[in-house]
Ligand binder design. Structure first.
Ligand code: FAD
Length: 394
């Protein structure tokens, strides 16, 4: 049996590893990126921690799985009648297909953001942000008037909690005089962490304020320029705008909308087996499921689809899909996190313990335990690497 998977992220990698347990299955995994990206630690890599925690080469993950073939290509079109996919390099035939393409950044059409804002969603975005910070402090000897993070979701809150300590380390490294660094977190909705409880939002704001971050809720970003930002009618002077808000489904589905039913947010409508069409499974961020948009959901979906494929192959009935909620944990500054699952809430060092456990489990989902712990520990090392050294392969 041949299975084709598109996407080398949480869902695609996990589905491939699960399917590979059956030697008779041949898996082709097509991915645009040579690395698996561990998104939850990108805020940490962006603030000077070892990048080994955030990107792991796919070849390393699959090195002991001869029945997984990895192909690097970007798929642009699908023809379900002919069962073909067209990539930038080649055309591929599939018999069963799993699509796990993840999400992309969107700026909601806000003027100037695509040009003036930095991001932390990829290696190249992180490199660009760090180059900017090094250039500002190192070459120009300047501390920005304000460092503005847009988006009060987990990524924005995590980054806001870690950025101050990183900037102070950079300041010392470049021998600039001691001074307060102004960090502002801007959120359009009435509270940060809107997917968590009100109590969690309150605890997060208190922690951020203790770390010196100014939290501005109910504020709409209107435009960005070389001078700064216009936020709810008021200008903020800054050369450092970091956009962590706005995710949209992978553009592939809109471009091939004739073959998929999309919900109003552009996610793919799937049946009880996560099938969008016969023999086409859609998982992770791409699927219209209640907990879509989380790494744990993509992993759960990958395992679910792979096991159902194996069940059917072995003459058993496939199971129907049920969501799995492991809770959410958001780190804010050193050794402090907020964990929430249902009515259980842990903050501070206990929350940080939950985050460490979640990261080890997250890495172990794709790597053997020894490598998972090494990778996780690498992320604990703060290093002031000059951005040119931020190589994906060293
Ligand atoms: C900065 C950040 C922090 C996050 N933090 C957390 C967190 O703390 N906890 C949590 O649960 N979730 C977190 N998330 C969300 C989580 O990372 C996603 O829900 C998860 O990655 C989704 O997995 P996926 O397999 O659907 O997609 P991804 O992991 O994004 O993988 C998609 C893959 O598809 C490939 N691809 C895309 N288009 C094509 C194409 N056309 N052809 C070929 N390949 C293609 C990509 O290169 C990538 O390899 C975070 C997300 C971001 C951006």
């Amino acid at each position: 049996m041949n299975i084709t998977i598109v996407g080398g992220g949480f869902g695609g990698v996990k589905a491939a590893l699960e399917l590979a347990k059956d030697d008779s299955i041949k898996i082709t995994l097509i991915s645009a990126n040579r690395n698996f990206v561990y998104y939850p630690s990108l805020y940490s890599t962006a603030t000077g921690h070892d990048h080994k925690e955030s990107w792991v080469p796919l070849e390393f993950i699959f090195r002991t799985h001869p029945n997984i073939k990895v192909v690097y290509d970007t798929i642009s079109t699908i023809n379900p009648d002919r069962k073909t996919l067209t990539g930038k390099k080649l055309r591929y035939h599939y018999s069963k297909l799993i699509l796990a393409l993840g999400s992309v950044t969107t700026y909601f059409g806000i003027e100037g953001l695509d040009h003036y804002a930095y991001g932390i969603k990829s290696e190249s975005e992180i490199r660009a942000l760090q180059k900017h910070l090094f250039r500002q402090m190192g070459d120009e000897g300047v501390i920005d008037k304000s460092y503005v993070i847009i988006g009060g979701g987990p990524t924005g809150v995590e980054l806001a909690g870690a950025l101050g300590a990183y900037l102070q380390r950079l300041r010392k490294f470049f021998g600039l005089r001691e001074q307060k660094i102004h960090i502002t977190l801007v959120e359009a909705s009435p509270r940060v962490l809107p997917r968590m409880s009100k109590a969690a939002s309150k605890a997060a704001v208190k922690r951020l304020r203790n770390l010196g971050v100014k939290v501005e809720t109910n504020k709409m970003v209107q435009s960005a320029s070389a001078e700064g930002l216009m936020v709810s009618g008021k200008p903020i002077q800054t050369q450092t705008i970091i956009w962590t808000s706005g995710v949209a489904n992978a553009p592939f589905f809109k471009q091939n909308a004739a073959h998929f039913e999309l919900n109003p947010r552009g996610k793919v409508v799937v049946d009880d087996y996560l099938q969008a069409r016969q023999n086409i499974f859609v998982i992770g961020d791409n699927a219209d499921t209640p907990l879509s948009g989380l790494a744990q959901t993509a992993i759960h979906d990958g395992v679910f689809v792979a096991r159902n494929i194996l069940r059917v192959k072995n003459g058993e009935k496939p199971r129907t899909y049920k969501t799995k909620n492991l809770g959410v944990v958001v780190p804010i500054g050193h050794n402090w996190s907020i964990y929430e699952r249902g009515t259980i809430r842990l903050t501070g060092a206990l929350g940080a313990f939950m985050r460490d456990a979640a990261d080890i489990v997250g890495h172990h989902d794709i790597l053997p335990m020894g490598h998972a712990i090494d990778t996780w520990r690498a992320g604990m090392r703060p290093r002031l690497r000059i951005p040119e050294d931020l190589s994906a392969t060293d």
